[in-house]
Each structure stands twice: as C-alpha cells, then as structure tokens.
Design a protein around this ligand. Structure first.
Ligand SMILES: [Zn+2]
Length: 227
C-alpha cells in the first residue's frame, strides 16, 4: 500500500507518448532520464560506453499499431513512399514488443527495423549512416563480428553523403572526421590519411573538430609505427 509518506524510487526509464510517422496513431515508448545517463568512456569514433542504462537502446521508436520503426532524425514520410512501405513492410510486419525495457538484442532488432524503414522511406544517406553506426556500436558492446559489417555500411553512406554534397545542415568537419576514422578502423590507412588531410588543410572548418582530428591523426600514425 502506498502511504502519503512513502517515497517512490525514480526509475531510469519513463514513458513517452509518440506519434507514428506512418499511421499517425499514438503509442508509448520508453526514454532514459538524463540523470541516469553516465558516460564511462568514449571511443575514437564517438561511441559512448555507459555506466548502466544505455540511451542508444531507446533511440528507435517502434509503433505498436503498425510496427513502423523510426528515430527523431527521420523526415515526415512522403506520400509517394507510403505504398512501398505498406507493401514491403507494414503488410508483413511480425509484431514484437519492443516498447518495454530493451535488452541489447532487442535494441539491435529495433535498429534493424528502423534501417529497413529508413531505406523504404527514402531517408538520406546521412540518416542511414547514423543507424548503421549505432548498430555497429551495439554489436561492439558484445564483441560481435557483425560490428565490422555495419561500420562498413556506415562508412559507405557517410562517403555518399559527402559526395552528394548533402552537408549543408551538417558539420563538414565532423563528417570528414568520422569518414577518416572509420576508414582507419576498417584497415584503410592510406584512405584515412587522405580524408584526415582534407580535414586538416581546410581553414574554413570548425577549429574544435580540427583540433580533435589533429590529435587523432597523430595517434593513428603512432599506432601504425607500433605495428
Ligand atoms: Zn504506426
């Protein structure tokens, strides 16, 4: 029994009402309270490792009415895309309850659904890249080899973003950094060198990122001499 003097413990997750981008119905999803988000360490590709609850696990919203999966980065769905989404996804969606507390496996499942929905909705390479990068990180927590496959997909999509010049709304320096970093992680030292070189020689770029990149490039070169 709850008495007037009792104190309810504050839980890391809370319920948030979302509107589905596809069917426009509302559903409840879980979010992480910011005071429970504690970063333990950060990898050189910006992957955070968290103390306990991981906010990445709750970045994808999965509609409990139609199963459409999306993130805050998705654009409103174009009418011309609705048919293909219905035909290739909604009509044969296998419902899994992904709206409670998520295990690592369930978080991966949610991101895979979002990646599929993003591709069908014609989302930008940048959004696809971000989903692939997060998937790679989730696999990294588990030391799963699938990490490499998704790092490669993320890299391809970031390069596409760069080549399409689709960087007006983005930070060009961050984009160049992540491309160089992923190239190096995937064993492409020479290609990484070229991307870092573009970044370090462009005087118009964000000096904060340029400084991080300069340090990172020195580290990569040092690591290479130790091999
Ligand atoms: Zn829906």
């Amino acid at each position: 029994m709850i008495t007037s003097g009792s104190v309810q413990p504050v839980l890391p997750l809370y319920d948030k009402e979302m509107e589905c981008l596809y069917c426009n119905k509302t559903f409840i999803t879980k979010k992480v309270r910011s005071k429970f988000i504690i970063i333990k360490k950060r990898d050189s590709d910006f992957c955070n490792h968290y103390e306990s609850v991981n906010p990445y696990s709750y970045e994808v919203f999965v509609c409990s009415h139609c199963n459409f999966a999306f993130t805050e980065k998705f654009q409103p769905i174009k009418n011309t895309r609705k048919g293909i989404i219905k035909e290739q996804y909604i009509d044969n969606a296998a419902f899994t309850n992904l709206n409670g507390e998520r295990s690592l496996e369930q978080a991966i499942k949610a991101f895979k659904l979002a990646l599929l929905c993003a591709a069908l909705a014609g989302e930008s390479s940048y959004v696809l890249a971000g989903l692939c990068l997060k998937l790679a990180w989730l696999y990294r927590y588990d030391s799963n080899n699938e990490e490499t496959r998704f790092l490669k997909n993320a890299l391809d999509n970031y390069i596409k973003t760069y080549e399409q010049g689709d960087i007006a709304a983005l930070n060009k320096a961050s984009l160049l950094y992540i491309i160089g970093e992923l190239e190096n992680r995937l064993g492409g030292y020479e290609r990484a060198r070229r991307w870092f070189s573009i970044l370090l020689n462009d005087k118009a770029l964000d000096p904060k990122i340029v400084k991080i990149a300069k340090n990172r490039w020195q580290e990569i070169r040092y690591e290479r001499t130790q091999e």
